[in-house]
Design a protein. Sequence first.
Length: 462
Amino acid sequence: MYRNALSYLQSNWLNSPDRKPLVIRGARQVGKTWLVRHFASLADKKLIEINFEKAPGRASLFEGNDVTQILLNLSTIMNESLDPSNCLLFLDEIQEAPEIFAKLRWFYEDLPQLCIIAAGSLLEFILEDHTFSMPVGRISYLHLEPLSFEEFLSAGDKTGLLTYIQNYQLTQEIPSDIHQTLCALFKEYMTIGGMPAAVSSWMSEKSLQTISQIHHELLWTYRDDFAKYSTRIDRHKIDEILNAIPKQLGQKFVYQKANSSMQSATIRNILSLLEKARLCHPVLSVGANGLPLAAGIKEKPFKEIFLDIGLSNALLGAYFRSPEPLEKVVWSYDGGLAEQIVGQILRTTFPFYIQPCLYYWHREDPGSNAEIDYLIDDGEKIIPLEVKAGATGSLKSLHLFMNLKNLKQAIRIHASAPTITHIQNYTLLSIPFYLTSQIHRLCRDLSNQKLGVGGISPYLND
């Protein structure tokens, strides 16, 4: 399966004149190890792979700060001469030997010709609570998410549809057959999700029963990790909060709904642990009074989305007893799951060197509550984004927000074909779910061109 991160590794990292050791951050089973192995093959680099979870004794090869000696140790244990300019050293599950993390500095300074990549499933824990000297300014990061919808299309060899999406222009009218085909494939994506094991199995077997098994096995893998998250919190409490997250998708997260008998401080601590493990991600409330959005973050309220919609489905009780075809599966994807999939895709639109962060706007006034599902920006202005599970839906909160903030451009993501509608004092661009990955490009196109409705039929049901 092609991952967009491969292109980043080749063009932005490998060929950088100031290449630094790279640290890949991401949840367990999102494809970090596969990515490095495949990249080494594409780059024609000899892979020196050390997994500190499987072989903890290998950490002894890295004693001292003399990287020339460390390379000699590696050559000795591998029984072959190693040319650093032709090798890629992969330090997998580095959280099991955190003291080696500090040595990345010496590789950068004293052996820059050696490509080095480190990764770990629970890396966030040692990065936040470390006792070693961090190699500040001497490492770079790559943030890896589950497969996006476009990567899902690539995995299914739907290159024609993928190219169509990536080159779609707002002045085009999408033929109904292409639109329906993409909608059907997006339904697949919402069912299978973006975890590599599930996607790979689906593309080869097309068995929902097998997908269900993979999802539940992945969740048990995460549960087995709970003991590593904290020795002070009962793992059953962590499991309970994990299960509560999909039930509150699309809503402000309420501690009492998660567990009315558990203290709020305990729930907040558990959420923090799950966020560090990247099993869930916060959607932060902001004032939306200007850029950058993070300047206006509010402590409360906040929302949470899960790592992957396929896993969310499994936590909500979805499983398949028989190998029935996907066409016969009827999901009731309400607003919460629609927000989950949009948030999940939005996280994949960030540059790989930036840790994704999602924002929304919420107002609680007596008799006038309002909420905007997501807020993005194009570097110059705030763009509100409303998610509608179906083809229609009220836009009262959006109208209020646009008037209150005096903004000129908004986006709706829904199930219908693209439209551009001029409403009062702003322009509403409505796009189908399958174009979410192209949202920033389409926003720029809308801003840079004086687009009327052109060949697009104006549509508004509010």
